[in-house]
Write a protein that binds this ligand. Structure first.
Ligand code: CP3
Length: 352
């Protein structure tokens, strides 16, 4: 990348806000912006299995670019999945449409841990080729790499699939702490390796998704999970890219997720951003947090809520506008385009 191009990238609204500096407009992107809400996504994915598509360089590039082209969002999120590095090291799993990741042989014993080897760049060569191609294609628009956090990854491996109560995961956590910490340690290494490889290939920020950490009490999060998420975030600290840490229903553990080493804390819609900043401290940089179901309301309601969130975000040192969780597949893409437009038209508020 030329010097001029990298200067434009670095001064993008998204990276400026991630550093806690004042951007020229409020940056906005959406979790799950690349995916089923877009007809062009459904078309290109026709006939290709989800996990296979994540390893097809050209398809990954195209799907990642689709929402950037359509909505003019301020950042691209890499099209992949949290289970891609596990698949890449040979774990027998699939992503079942309408269900999510399903693991053929759930991991519940020490002997099974051995199959969770380190991730090498060769395992994800086609994935990293997409990252490199994207950084060229995107120019001044930042690419966000991501990984699943140790707890969320482990929950799929232990349960064998999605779970409402995470009963087996917690059973292992409480009954065999040694095996638990060994498993989360393995997950942390793999997640850290996946993030590092993406940044080395050109990603300019990373997000660690601990989607299901909100099922834990603060005490359990601190004992059983936080050290491992901290290890992931620490393992990429030297790369100098912003590290976003996000989970759902994590209002009670926002401080602990920040303390794990996050530069930006993702907040779901349950906690207003000014309250999140009160919990995190005045130096916090936050991302969020429109309830994704709001997008099914009339435009005036969507925009009024968005304005409220921008005002609440003024309590933070930096605010990146996003949803409080991913775009729901039934969302009308035009609603997202209009919302991006609306956010871009709002003045950047003075800090409150
Ligand atoms: O825009 C983007 O964010 C696209 C990249 C992305 C995907 N998955 C693509 C995907 C990202 C960042 C993820 C992360 C992910 N995957 C998380 C953390 C984020 C969150 O939403 O909490 C989790 C928990 C997963 C596991 C997973 N993969 C689930 C729960 C599902 C949905 C299953 C379903 O069909 O309802 C998937 C599949 C998946 N990952 C899809 C996409 C676009 C849908 C696949 C399809 O098109 O059929």
């Amino acid at each position: 990348m030329s010097l001029e191009a990298s200067a434009r990238l670095s001064s993008s609204a998204f990276l400026t806000a991630c550093r806690g500096e004042r951007p020229d407009h409020v940056p906005v992107w959406f979790m799950r912006q690349a995916g089923r809400s877009l007809p062009e996504y459904l078309k290109i994915r026709e006939g290709t299995n989800m996990l296979d598509s994540c390893f097809q360089t050209e398809m990954v590039v195209e799907i990642t670019l689709q929402p950037v082209r359509r909505h003019q969002v301020d950042a691209a999120i890499f099209f992949s999945d949290i289970v891609v590095p596990l698949k890449a090291i040979g774990v027998d799993l699939d992503i079942v449409p309408g269900t999510g990741p399903v693991v053929a042989e759930p991991i519940r014993s020490a002997a099974q841990l051995d199959q969770l080897r380190d991730l090498e760049s060769d395992d994800v060569a086609s994935v990293l080729a997409a990252v490199s191609a994207l950084t060229d294609e995107l120019g001044p628009t930042p690419l966000i790499g991501f990984a699943g956090a140790p707890f969320t990854l482990a929950s799929y491996l232990v349960e064998g699939g999605p779970s409402k109560d995470h009963r087996r995961t917690k059973q292992l956590m409480y009954s065999d702490p040694e095996l638990w910490h060994a498993l989360l340690g393995r997950m942390a290494r793999i997640a850290g390796q996946f993030l590092r490889l993406q940044v080395e290939a050109g990603a300019s920020a990373v997000q660690l998704f601990d989607s299901w950490a909100g099922t834990l009490s603060r005490a359990d999060y601190l004992t059983y999970v936080q050290p491992h998420s901290a290890a992931v975030l620490d393992s990429v600290a030297d790369l100098g890219v912003p590290r976003i840490h996000f989970g759902v229903g994590t209002g009670e553990i926002l401080g602990a997720m920040s303390d794990a080493g996050a530069d930006v804390v993702g907040v779901d819609w349950r906690v207003p951003l000014d309250e999140a900043v009160r919990r995190l401290g005045p130096d916090a940089i936050v991302q969020g947090n429109l309830d994704p179901t709001t997008l099914f309301a009339p435009t005036e309601v969507v925009h009024a809520r968005a304005a409220e969130i921008i005002a609440q975000g003024a309590a933070a040192r930096g605010h990146i506008f996003n949803l409080g969780h991913g775009v729901l597949p039934a969302t009308d893409p035009d609603t997202l385009t209009r919302l991006v437009d609306f956010v871009h038209q709002q003045p950047v508020p003075a800090r409150s």
